[in-house]
Ligand binder design. Sequence first.
Ligand SMILES: NC(=O)c1ccc[n+]([C@@H]2O[C@H](COP(=O)([O-])OP(=O)(O)OC[C@H]3O[C@@H](n4cnc5c(N)ncnc54)[C@H](O)[C@@H]3O)[C@@H](O)[C@H]2O)c1
Length: 464
Amino acid sequence: MKIKNICCIGAGYVGGPTMAVIAQKCPEINVTVVDINADRIAAWNDEDVENIPIYEPGLSEVVKEARGRNLFFSTNVDSAIDKADMIFISVNTPTKTYGIGKGMAADLKFIELCARQIARVSKNDKIVVEKSTLPVRTAEALKNILDNTGNGVNYQILSNPEFLAEGTAVDDLMNPDRVLIGGDIENPEGKEAVEALVDIYAHWIPRERLLTTNVWSSELSKLTANAFLAQRVSSINAMSELCEKSGADVKEVSKAIGMDSRIGPKFLQASVGFGGSCFQKDILNLVYISKSLGLNEVADYWEQVIIMNDYQKKRFAYKIVQTLFNTVSGKKIAVLGWAFKKDTNDTRESAAIYVADYLLNEQAEIVVYDPKVKTEQIYADLDYLNTRSSEENRAQVSVVDTPYEATKEAHAIAVLTEWDEFKELDWEKIYNEMLKPAFLFDGRRLLERATKEKMGFEFYAIGS
Ligand SMILES: NC(=O)c1ccc[n+]([C@@H]2O[C@H](COP(=O)([O-])OP(=O)(O)OC[C@H]3O[C@@H](n4cnc5c(N)ncnc54)[C@H](O)[C@@H]3O)[C@@H](O)[C@H]2O)c1
């Protein structure tokens, strides 16, 4: 079965980059990415390719090559579904904020809307691919909706979770460790659908890295991968506090354990806590699924990863308050970095939001600098917490265009995103223009302690 037309519903951090790479690597396939957010689609179509809505190193070049050739962005969802042989669902699956499972379960309303729209529009057989991260057995619900509301059309449902990391999305897509494709492999039609998707990825990925499984294993593997990654961060963060109290240095501990081939060196960097749209939401989802199945010990085990992460953010903020003579009221604190990690403009669940919020509760005056995050986004993130009114957020927080404006006459600096450019700042100038004592809190272990202390900074880094 040869795929000629792909539609992807959802032009976000996953849909945009994944489809851009598929289109670049498969010039004979037409790829249309659709979204109900007209502003987002307009930005994807912006004449100046540097204005696309998602910042990822290398992405604008890929979009430039394929856009208008075989890569299209549109708000006409019906038309793209109608034409497609294969439909990727790449919409958001946030944590539910209401009703049963509030604060834990994944909200699947966007997924269900997509299924109903596909069922309404489709006139010929389709392969529907779950690209969004979904609770195990969601494919069953999708199939049910499609089969019962469709017009006699046959659907094959595949699970193809995305493992890209923001900040390195293009590299991850070009050269993935593996691609996971779950399908009804016991069945000839299911097998054929799996093969059709394997053929697409085989344009640029060696076949031995294309892993096929049953649908449930594929769905659950994505939640498991995120839970394991986040658990490593919480594990090293738990040790970071013990290091601070015992005279050990978490950097040395990480190196010592990471050289053990059974443990490995990755994801052992202590920090102010993980953020991003996925880790917390996916673990909460795992906790919810486990609880629903009566597996309370399993649920408690994974929930602890989140509890530790929340604690780490709070601990960092309280460390600032405590060090600044137990009050930050009316004091200017420069926040360097708002994105949840470097090389992305995504701020969802960023540790910076929570650290700033705790400091604002203590009546600090916050000045933020981030090289890629827009001012409106920073206010929107704070407003979303609903801790104080939006007027109060605007009165207490300002956003500036340079790190030097942020740090001038500040009582303290908090480094909350590991942007490379922060390493290269003129720290001598920053020190000279700050109030003294000049406190520098490194929440990412990005800066070198010795040089900063030599300049005169009072330096604190997580874990030592
Ligand atoms: N962001 C990541 O790094 C990442 C990595 C792997 C997996 N995922 C998963 O991928 C999924 C998407 O994540 P994202 O970060 O791209 O989300 P996102 O919020 O950036 O994008 C989702 C898009 O879907 C659109 N949408 C929602 N309902 C729609 C509908 N009915 N019709 C058309 N468009 C609709 C929204 O307008 C939005 O633009 C989630 O399930 C997430 O867990 C994300």
